[in-house]
Design a protein around this ligand. Sequence first.
Ligand code: NAP
Length: 517
Amino acid sequence: MVEIPPFRNEVVKDFRDPADAAAMRSALDHVKGELGKHYPLVIDGRKFETERKIRSVNPADPDEVVGFTSAASKEQAGEAIEAAARAFRSWRQRTLPERAAYLFKAAELLRARRFEYDALLVYEVGKSWPEADGDVAEAIDFLEFYAREALRYAQTQPVVPIAGERNELVYIPLGVGAVIPPWNFAAAITIGMTAAAIVSGNTVVLKPSSDAAVIAAWFVDLLHEAGLPPGVVNFIPGSGSEIGDVIVTHPEIRFISFTGSKEVGLRINELAARPQPGQKWIKRVVAEMGGKDSIIVAADADLDAAVEGVALSAFGFQGQKCSACSRAIVDQGIYDEFVEKLGKRVASITVGDPRDPKNFMGPVVNEAALKSIARYIERGREEGRVIAGGKRSGDRGYFLEPTVIVDVDPKATIAQEEIFGPVLAVIKAKDFEDALAIANNTEFGLTGSLYTSDDAKIARARDDFFVGNLYFNRKSTGAMVGVHPFGGFNMSGTDSKAGGRDYLLLFMQAKTISRKV
Ligand code: NAP
């Protein structure tokens, strides 16, 4: 039997350590010299430059081009799917331990280049140093964790013995998958979804987010450097609205692994449900989508801890995490004190170019996001009282102030729709039961947190706070691979629990084999 080494999470860098800070500064300099390069499509291991390019820019300084990625046409997307189908014939025959070895190798290469990947995330999506490093550390964790999971599924699976037959159950792959990640965890989610699909024996077409195509190109190169055979991962950047439907509806596609917004996820789910001529299977859709995550602050909470947890959850990476707190639901008994303390805490948040580690918040990802969030803030002015932020910060780059809007009705637009930016709605609750009812009143169900010192409230929330990831007396962000398997309920998605023991099953099917003896 194959020995499974114990899994341990990567430790996130503490940039107060002068050696790590120096390594990060040097990586930022080095990666600056790499900016503006061209990245081709990769189909069947061969690289193709196309005339049409996706221009990836630094959101802190949009004149700075991070890279140009070739954009796949619909025909090229089809060719990539055909290449993946050809590669599947041999890749599926590799054993799970053989495939796991590629992930272990990729993890080793990524660990060696950790600071460069951190630096690229600072330039490409505007992450602060710790946020960038958390993203890359999580990517390494996914590679290590899913490799071990593959070894576990390679073991003999228990079936009930019966006289006269020898029975076994084995896990086999599905086929060709489309991997469609978002930009906000441009390392972790892209790498995690791809790794899970291929280690299970599938081949894929990877269509990265148009806002984070360069880091995906780096990763595809790294996989080939790790020795991955051609055609197992095919790289087809392109606008989702142009080539997304072609990929999703292609009859050779067996599954779609998507993380992104509710709107796109639901569209994919609907399109994938319709069988196409020549299609022999029901497509499987794994769709992890948006959130409208709440932190409840009960009257008996440690108020300082709650203020800190809410501020970090709402404004870390500019509120652009699916797990970000966008609603603080506060018991009326402590409401005024909470609001006052939160206002002061938020006033201390620094906003600016994330190359400078003194800035806690960087820019939002692009101009469309800036405008959409600004519209929500204007709406918020009608739906509550702005006590912090509310404006753009600086005139270059897509910076917004951390914004807190208080006295918001639980059914207001800014209390119901995912804003995906640094905007927090504060809602007053009559008591804990009222707070819990408010927390459950959206169509989402991703993360939630409760600050309380009362075990009875914890027990109540454990049963009835309807979210996929529930936390007590801590922030609602920062799920760790293996420790906090991640995924949400209702319109937050299919609850795939990325980084958990059930995840690889979504990329495999079980075959039962019986032999008369
Ligand atoms: P998005 O706009 O839905 O895009 C996600 C991916 O889908 C991108 O690669 C995008 O490509 C592609 N896409 C767009 N239209 C498509 C179509 N018609 N067919 C196929 N693919 C299409 O989301 P995002 O702005 O990148 O990410 C933010 C969202 O992700 C938020 O809602 C957030 O809550 C959610 N999220 C959820 C989780 C979770 O685990 N639940 C984790 C992270 C993020 P283009 O870039 O080319 O448009």
